[in-house]
Every structure is written in structure tokens, then in C-alpha cells.
Design a protein around this ligand. Structure first.
Ligand SMILES: Cc1cc2nc3c(=O)[nH]c(=O)nc-3n(C[C@H](O)[C@H](O)[C@H](O)COP(=O)(O)OP(=O)(O)OC[C@H]3O[C@@H](n4cnc5c(N)ncnc54)[C@H](O)[C@@H]3O)c2cc1C
Length: 391
């Protein structure tokens, strides 16, 4: 059995590692870049989420919970830098305190271990500069060096027999073979883990129809601030992204972000700006226009979009956002990194919240590997191989 995997990010590499560990066939991983982790997997917050804000019963909730403990153990056992510092969400008024309690209940329903409301005093003990009347503490949240994890998974997969071929762009997927920039390659089973391009790749195979990616950009700034772990504002679950948070990195920096704005320079437009050719790719889908129409007709969503635009353009507004979770002085340093979320939208303009898989007999297309895809990666790989990729 010859497995071909498109994409050497955390999802592709975790699946490659899982497949070779079962000794059920040859595994070839292809990537258009020269190195792994050049896109989403190397450009995220590096947070191993505990599962706090997941919808009970969703695939994401299940795989985030399983993946969190698998990934923390994997990092400990394989020398991948990790800090198991726990996650804190803060609330600043009674409405936010109510939301903290709702999150606590849904986290308990999802099985997240040890999650509990903490008083203002305990909040101050844990994070002296956190702003909040109280907090929600989740002890299993952790921070990891994301690129190093992808490298570790790749080395593991290679050690057990997987082959990686870089600088090879897949341009079309046929029934049993693919066209690449280096010629045709045959497969018995194909797994598309193309991240930001997974939808376009699936469409060439006649799958994933009705779904397309809207690229949402997230910028991080390095900041001068005193943070022991992670501080988040209690999220508003009507909106898809978590909002700006403060995170200590494993190399002892503190970063603030990510912002959340439409990427006007396309799916890999990490430098700011507008690139018409790439933006047209986004605009060339019904889902995008339906999403835009929905957003414009909803007061709360429109306000959220405007707020996100403002904090991504204006340093004062960005600092004001940070001040909602932090009482100390914050100095903005350099841009730290930018990542782009491959958020899938359906034809009706609804952002798909859960992981999404489309398949045929001998192909599997991983669509919508959005956050917490990094956290879920090892559990996701096991789920995929158990349920779809072994015959
Ligand atoms: C700003 C941001 C913050 C996030 N924070 C977190 C977090 O803290 N915790 C968490 O759990 N998750 C987080 N996520 C989500 C997480 O990063 C993703 O779920 C995960 O990295 C997805 O991995 P992937 O392998 O699917 O994609 P990628 O890492 O993008 O990998 C896809 C690979 O496919 C390759 N490829 C694409 N097209 C082709 C082609 N045609 N031919 C060959 N190769 C191709 C690309 O070069 C790339 O290497 C965040 C995401 C973003 C954007």
C-alpha cells in the first residue's frame, strides 16, 4: 500500500508518523516548500489548548482533549520545549463572570480536567498583572515551540520509514495519481493535508465542493510585560476567534495577539498589503460573498470586524485591547510573527466551526484544520488512521 500525504505541517507529519508506526505501507510526504512548518503550523500561538472553549460533542472538543494530553506527553518524552503553565481567562464585569461560568460548565461537560473559577486573590497570585474580577483556570493548558514539534514529528516519521520530498508542489489530484511540479506520482491512498490550499486541492479531485477557504490573518507583537503563562480575555463564543491574548513563549518572550482580519494579500500574504491576484482567489467563491453579506447585516459581527481592523492597524487600539487583560505597563516591541487561518466557509456563508473531512474510496481531504488543530494533531492522526486510512 502506498500512502501519499500532501503537506508536511503538523497534521501531515502527525498522520505520517501514525501510519508508519503501524507498518501498513509506504508513506511519502510531499510539500511545496523547502522545509516543514513554513505555514500555519509554524506561525501559531504555540498553545496546547486544554479544551476550554470547545462545543461539547464536537469532533474538535473530543480530539482537543485527547490531543492535549497526548501532545504534552509527547513533548516531555521527546525533548520538545514545553511549559505546562496552565491557562487563565479573565472576566471584568458581571456579564463576563457569567460567561466564565458558562465556559466552566461546558469545559466540565467536555471532560477538561481540573478547570475551576479562581478568586481575584488567586488570580493575582498566579498572574500579578492580570486584570480581572476573577478568572477561570485550566491547569492543563501548555505552551510549546511549535516548529520544533513539527520537526520532531517529521524525524520520528522518517526514522520509522516515511520519506519526505520537499520543493514539490501538487497541482492536480486524479483518481490514482497526482500531478506535481516534479512529475506524476502514483498512490494507493492519498491524504490531503494542504492547510491553506486544502480546499483547492480537493476541488481538483472533485471533492470538497461547496467549501472554500477564507484566509484570516493573525498578527503577533512581541511585548515587554510580566506574564507567567497565558492570559486570555473570556471569549465571546458568537465569534470564531479567541481574541488577543498574552502568552509567554518557551524562549521566555511575551507575545500579544493574534489579531483577526481578512488577509487582503491572499493565503500566504504574510507581509501586509493588498495583492489583487491573491485577493481575487478569495473573492472568487460564493461562500465569501455570502459571508460578507451576513457580516454586514449583523450589527454585532460588523462591530467585531471593525474592532479587529482597528486593533490590527492602530497601536493605541491594540494596547487598549491588551489593557483589558493586563494592568501593568506594556511596551510594544517588534512584530513577532503573522499566521493565516485557513477558515472554511460553506456556500451559505457560514464559517465551519468543526474539523471537516471529505473523502472517496482512496482519498481523504482534511479541510478546516483550524485551531486547535495543532493541539489535536496526534489524536487527529490516530482518529484518521483508525477510521479512514486502513483497509
Ligand atoms: C494565528 C494562528 C494561531 C493559532 N494558534 C493555535 C494554537 O495556539 N493552538 C492550536 O492548537 N492551534 C492553533 N492554530 C491552528 C493550528 O496552527 C493549525 O490547526 C495547524 O497548524 C494546521 O496544520 P496543517 O498541517 O493542516 O497546516 P500547515 O501547517 O499550513 O501545513 C500545510 C502544508 O501543506 C503544504 N502545501 C499546501 N499546498 C500544497 C501543494 N499544492 N503541494 C504541496 N504542498 C502543499 C504547505 O506548504 C504546508 O507545509 C492557530 C492558527 C493560526 C493561523
Amino acid at each position: 500500500m502506498k500512502y501519499v500525504i500532501i503537506g508536511s505541517g503538523v497534521i501531515g507529519s502527525a498522520i505520517a508518523r501514525e501510519l508508519v508506526s503501524r507498518k501498513i505501507g509506504d508513506v511519502l510526504v510531499l510539500d511545496k516548500e523547502s522545509l516543514p512548518a513554513q505555514h500555519t503550523s509554524g506561525r501559531n500561538s504555540g498553545v496546547i489548548h486544554s479544551g476550554l472553549n470547545q462545543k461539547p460533542g464536537s469532533l474538535k472538543a473530543r480530539l482537543c482533549l485527547q490531543g492535549s494530553s497526548m501532545l504534552r506527553r509527547y513533548c516531555r518524552e521527546n525533548g520538545v520545549p514545553i511549559e505546562e503553565c496552565g491557562t487563565i481567562l479573565v472576566a471584568n464585569d458581571n456579564d463576563e463572570r457569567r460567561r466564565l461560568r458558562e465556559l466552566e460548565s461546558s469545559a466540565v461537560a467536555c471532560g477538561v480536567p481540573g478547570v475551576r473559577i479562581i478568586s481575584k486573590d488567586e488570580l493575582k497570585e498566579r498572574e500579578p498583572f492580570a486584570r480581572g474580577l476573577e478568572g477561570l483556570f485550566s491547569p492543563t493548558g501548555a505552551i510549546v515551540a511549535s516548529s520544533k514539534l513539527v520537526y520532531a514529528l517529521m524525524r520520528d516519521a522518517e526514522y520509522n520509514g516515511a520519506a519526505y520530498q520537499f520543493d514539490t508542489e501538487v497541482t492536480r489530484i486524479g483518481e490514482k495519481e497526482i500531478d506535481t511540479s516534479k512529475g506524476k506520482i502514483c498512490f494507493d491512498f492519498l491524504i490531503n493535508c494542504g492547510g491553506l490550499h486544502a480546499d483547492n486541492l480537493a476541488h481538483t479531485a472533485g471533492l470538497g465542493r461547496g467549501y472554500s477557504v477564507i484566509p484570516f490573518r493573525g498578527d503577533y507583537r512581541e511585548v515587554e510585560a510580566k506574564v507567567n503563562g497565558m492570559i486570555y480575555h473570556v471569549p465571546d463564543l458568537r465569534f470564531p476567534f479567541l481574541g488577543v491574548h498574552l502568552t509567554k513563549t518557551v524562549d521566555q518572550k511575551v507575545i500579544a495577539g493574534p489579531t483577526a482580519t481578512l488577509s487582503l494579500a491572499g493565503r500566504e500574504g504574510y507581509a501586509r498589503g493588498f495583492k489583487s491576484r491573491f485577493f481575487l482567489e478569495t473573492a472568487n467563491s460564493l461562500g465569501f460573498w455570502m459571508w460578507a453579506a451576513r457580516t454586514l447585516s449583523s450589527g454585532s459581527q460588523l462591530r467585531q470586524v471593525v474592532h479587529n481592523l482597528k486593533i490590527s492597524r492602530d497601536e493605541e487600539a491594540f494596547l487598549a485591547d491588551v489593557a483589558q487583560i493586563y494592568t501593568g505597563e506594556v511596551q510594544l516591541k517588534d512584530n513577532y510573527r503573522s499566521g493565516i487561518r485557513p477558515q472554511i466557509v460553506n456556500r451559505g456563508g457560514r464559517l465551519v466551526e468543526d474539523f471537516l473531512i471529505d473523502r472517496s474510496d482512496c482519498q481523504l481531504h482534511i479541510l478546516n484544520a483550524v485551531s486547535p488543530g495543532f493541539t489535536a494533531s496526534l489524536a487527529f492522526a490516530k482518529y484518521v488512521v483508525d477510521n479512514y486510512a486502513t483497509r
